[in-house]
Structures are given as structure tokens and as C-alpha cells.
Design a protein around this ligand. Structure first.
Ligand code: NI
Length: 169
């Protein structure tokens, strides 16, 4: 049975750790992926990176379907921006920054490479939501957050509001 994990909230310093590559494709990895999906569905999110549940390996889960029945798992995801891309603006949210949405501009054409739970390599040139979402999640694996795209003033405002709201640091 998958279990719900605790999601780290900004400005928790553990959200800044850079995640390690996954090298073992074992039951342990599979269990973590399923626990992360459970956690993501429970929180009503569309994506979650292992970093957000204090597991510092390159693992991302996602479900972009309206019916919430198309779980996707990305191990060691990477992307390259395709030449001739445009910047696409989208209002993003983040389970680690509850209550805040930010419009962020990201490249709209990428080549995405990842592995599945068996360690098989897959690739895709996604369109739409997946393009934005996977860039957001890979940022998490690199210790980068949505708030890094806004002004320092705004970031400090978000930080003090969340510190007040989640007195657990
Ligand atoms: Ni996020």
C-alpha cells in the first residue's frame, strides 16, 4: 500500500539540495514513486519531485489528466531546449509553496529524455503542459524553486507569509 509522505514547504533549506542520479532500479525506487503519486493525488497536485518529500534522488511523478488516472513516472529526467523555441508563459503553482501562483516564462520546445522504473531510456518532444511541468519539476531536482523567478522583494514576502503559516522550522 502506498503511503502519504510529508511535503517540505518553502523556505525549508532541504528544498535547495541537488538530487543525485538514480542508479538502482529496484523495489525501493518503485515504492517511493508510488508513495509520491499517492502524496501528489492527496494534495491535488499535478507533479511532485522527490526533493519535495526530502528524498534527494532524480525522480519525478506527474498526472496531467483531468480524470487523475494517468500517472507518469520520470527517472533521471533531462531536457534540451530546441533551437527556434518561443517562451511560453504559464501560471504555475507548487505544492511546496502553497497559496501562491506565479506566471513564469519557459521555453516551449524541449527534447525530453528520461528512464522508466525498469531503467529503460525513453524520449519525447512534448507539447503543452508537460513541457512546462517537467521543467518545473527538474528545477526542484536542482534545488531551484518557482520563487527564484520572481523579484527578491516578492520572494521575501512569500517567505515570511509561509513561515508564519507553517511554524515548523
Ligand atoms: Ni513545485
Amino acid at each position: 500500500m502506498a503511503k502519504k509522505l510529508k511535503i517540505l514547504i518553502f523556505p525549508d533549506p532541504r528544498l535547495r539540495k541537488v538530487a543525485e542520479n538514480v542508479t538502482k532500479f529496484d523495489k525501493c525506487l518503485e515504492n517511493l514513486a508510488h508513495d509520491m503519486l499517492e502524496t501528489m493525488y492527496d494534495a491535488n497536485g499535478i507533479g511532485l519531485a522527490a526533493t519535495q518529500v526530502d528524498q534527494h534522488i532524480r525522480l519525478v511523478v506527474m498526472d496531467l489528466s483531468e480524470e487523475r488516472n494517468e500517472p507518469r513516472i520520470f527517472v533521471n529526467p533531462m531536457y534540451e531546449v530546441i533551437k527556434g523555441h518561443n517562451m511560453f508563459e504559464f501560471e504555475e503553482g507548487c505544492l511546496s509553496i502553497p497559496g501562491f501562483n506565479e506566471v513564469i516564462a519557459r521555453p516551449d520546445k524541449i527534447k525530453l529524455i528520461w528512464q522508466n522504473l525498469k531503467g529503460e531510456t525513453l524520449h519525447d518532444t512534448p507539447e503543452g503542459m508537460l513541457t512546462v511541468c517537467i521543467q518545473h519539476e527538474i528545477d526542484h531536482l536542482d534545488g531551484k524553486l518557482m520563487v527564484d523567478y520572481v523579484s527578491a522583494l516578492k520572494r521575501d514576502r512569500i517567505k515570511s507569509k509561509l513561515l508564519k503559516e507553517f511554524k515548523r522550522f
